[in-house]
Design a protein around this ligand. Sequence first.
Ligand code: NAD
Length: 416
Amino acid sequence: MKKKRLIFLELTKNNFIQTTNLLADALFSTTRGRKTHTFTHTHIRSFDYSIKTRTISIITTKTALSIIMSTTTSKLFAQKTILRGNALGKSISKSAKRSSPSACRVVRTMASSTTLPIDLRGKKAFIAGVADDNGFGWAIAKALSQAGADVILGTWVPALNIFETSYRRGKFDESRKLSDGSLMEFAKIYPMDAVFDTMDDVPEDVKANKRYAGNEKWTVSEVAECVEKDFGKIDILVHSLANGREVAKPLLETSREGYLGAISASSYSNIAMLQKFGPLMNKGGACISLTYLASERIIPGYGGGMSSAKAALESDTRVLAFEAGRKWGIRVNTISAGPLGSRAAKAIGFIDDMINYSMTNAPLSEKPLDAIEVGHTAAFLCSPLASAITGSTIYVDNGLNCMGVATDSKSIPDRS
Ligand code: NAD
């Protein structure tokens, strides 16, 4: 098959990124007339780009080239904007908005091999529960960005200021790096408190609290309304938050208020989010929450009703999968994650012991769980590759949940 080489040179920095995105989009799938053409490695031999020399090179079949050229890229040529590089941003801004640099990686994989990619380009994800770069929410944001999704955040109001300041000052730049060296960007960060559904639910002392001052529209229903107004429909909803004031207390010593507070912040908040965001989710969309083994096995020290909250979250996942599946055609799953030294976990007080325990006793014991492993699982669960998975609790914990005994127990000789 005859192949054609197409080279774009001397683009400006901005135009380089935008052109690469545009081409990545076009190479992945192009609609001409009523027909959508999806290209594979048989059509696209290679798709290479160098940020250093700002060069994009494509080797493709003549037919694929003509289809690609006759749609988006032909406009660029017609306007002779590619070599000069001016006005390009304008002409492709819509596509560039939809796309992201990570699209290029996806297409590169598609073009050069037969691997099965996670492609979330064009999808919009709302993630609640990111306030630094240590937790599972951040890792999920990163994995979804890497797969091409646009990520919108909902950050707990009292934590928002410090998060935004650190973000602006570049504190997270190293952790924002995606595999091609570009930095993960958030489409928008909303203030949010998942404990309140509407402003009528908010007590006066919270309204007057100085950590809430200057912020508005942060209850769950208000955030959903703002997201709809700003972004329209979304495809992915992530609940990565929990809070239980009396977590350090055994259940036997937990107050009614502490117990109900843990359930409200850690499990009802998931129902509230789905209630309010469900109507603005596209059919085929997916919801993810984060749970913990303490829901089904005794983990002394994880108290204050938090174990009950996680049990409720897992049960709700099944019921919501049924209801939201029938109502909106979306999937609902939860990830049961192994121990991670996040800010929330450190506040509980014994996370280092739990990580050590896992590394000693889990089937996979060579390294501690990396948050990105949960991120990758979330990306898979939110992708069409997981289209038949719903109502499930998926363990991402190096297999710790399978163990019936602790291998380092003094009463059991080591048989590993
Ligand atoms: P984290 O500190 O990164 O995330 C918790 C987030 O919840 C924080 O950003 C916090 O600001 C937010 N939050 C608390 N109350 C809120 C509220 N009312 N409204 C909105 N946001 C609120 O810690 P993490 O460990 O990554 O926690 C994320 C999820 O993972 C939680 O559901 C947690 O229970 C779960 N999880 C954690 C572990 C672990 O070992 N770290 C293990 C299994 C499951």
